[in-house]
Design a protein around this ligand. Structure first.
Ligand code: GH3
Ligand code: MG
Ligand code: MG
Ligand code: MG
Length: 297
């Protein structure tokens, strides 16, 4: 497990030295001696926690905190103010800006260590929860929630530029018979392998393979035109077949196969995520109807 990174921001080097001595054994420590430098460092190397001095020449700590909380890339990083301004008004102001805690100088090493430890642990749990909320536990792929969120944002983005978008739906053929023949745990292993094959078949960093539910998968390919989409869909089909997972009760092949539906078009401003899903699903239904183990677009 990574140790966690802490950014210490203070215009007085002696303060940085005191805090660094408390934290360096347990964390990676980064330093900034001005507000602007702190913002630059945080954007370049987002830390897990920021210890932020209030009184600094140039941009003060309150303003740095405001800018951090305004920046979607940084807003989740916990900020602890470290300051000699121990009065209630200043503490209230810091907390109302979104800081998670307030530590007064002179620094008490044990208190600083404990508070930082608590907040780092909370941040770790929060990150873990956020990642679990968008990940399918069985396959490690994005889950339906993440996929729908990504589709919504792509439909909005590409709807403005009129660029190509492709949505692919994938469903394992005769999977009920597979479970009945080989058992549910083998069914689970089959789903994991198909998910991995799907991941290998998509090429671009912006492509999003996901487990949509049960034995159904989906793939969003931003920018992929019908020709490119058909190639990826064929790749998926071939990758799954070459897993050579025996399926003696499949009516169409001795091995596991998938049926695929492809919706690929220029994204227009009045299109909705639901329209894209419906079209991909309709094409998938046609693949099933026409005999399975095929791609329809
Ligand atoms: P078709 O070719 O028409 O798709 O037939 P099918 O049998 O695959 O379709 P159906 O939707 O009737 O069955 C899907 C099966 O997938 C039923 C369900 O028990 C199984 N299934 C869904 N989720 C899981 C899972 O997480 N693990 C396992 N092992 N099986 C699952
Ligand atoms: Mg200062
Ligand atoms: Mg199904
Ligand atoms: Mg099926």
């Amino acid at each position: 497990m990574s140790r966690g990174t802490i950014l210490i921001v203070d215009d007085e080097v002696s303060n940085i030295e005191i805090m660094n001595a408390v934290l360096e054994d347990d964390y990676e420590v980064l330093f900034s001696t001005s507000g602007q430098q702190a913002l630059d460092t945080a954007r370049a190397t987002p830390p897990d926690l920021i210890l932020l001095d209030v009184l600094m020449p140039g941009i003060d700590g309150f303003e740095v905190c405001r800018q951090i909380k305004d920046d979607p890339q940084l807003a989740d990083i916990p900020v602890i103010f470290t300051t000699g301004l121990g009065d209630t008004d200043h503490e209230m102001r810091g907390l109302s800006l979104g800081a998670i805690d307030y530590v007064t100088k002179p620094i008490q090493p044990a208190i600083l260590r404990a508070r930082v430890g608590n907040h780092i642990e909370l941040k770790r749990l929060r990150d873990q929860l956020a990642s679990m909320a968008v990940t399918d536990a069985l396959t490690g792929l994005s889950n339906r929630r993440q996929m729908e969120q990504a589709l919504k944002s792509e439909v909005g983005r590409l709807g403005r530029t009129g660029d190509w978008l492709t949505v692919i739906m994938i469903d394992i053929d005769f999977f009920k018979q597979f479970n009945d023949t080989y058992g549910h745990p083998a069914g689970d292993r089959c789903i994991v392998m198909v998910g991995a094959a799907l991941t290998r078949a998509v090429k671009r960093a912006s492509d999003l393979p996901a487990r949509y539910g049960g034995e159904e998968f989906a793939c969003i390919l931003p920018g992929a035109d019908p020709e490119g989409a058909a190639l990826v869909a064929q790749e998926i089909s071939l990758h799954v077949q070459s897993l050579n997972i025996p399926h003696e009760r499949s009516q169409i092949s001795p091995f596991i196969t998938v049926s695929i539906g492809v919706a690929s078009a220029r994204c227009l401003p009045d299109m909705t995520p639901e329209m894209w899903m419906k079209e991909a699903d309709r094409q998938l239904y046609l693949s099933k109807q026409q005999g399975r183990n095929r791609v329809t677009s």
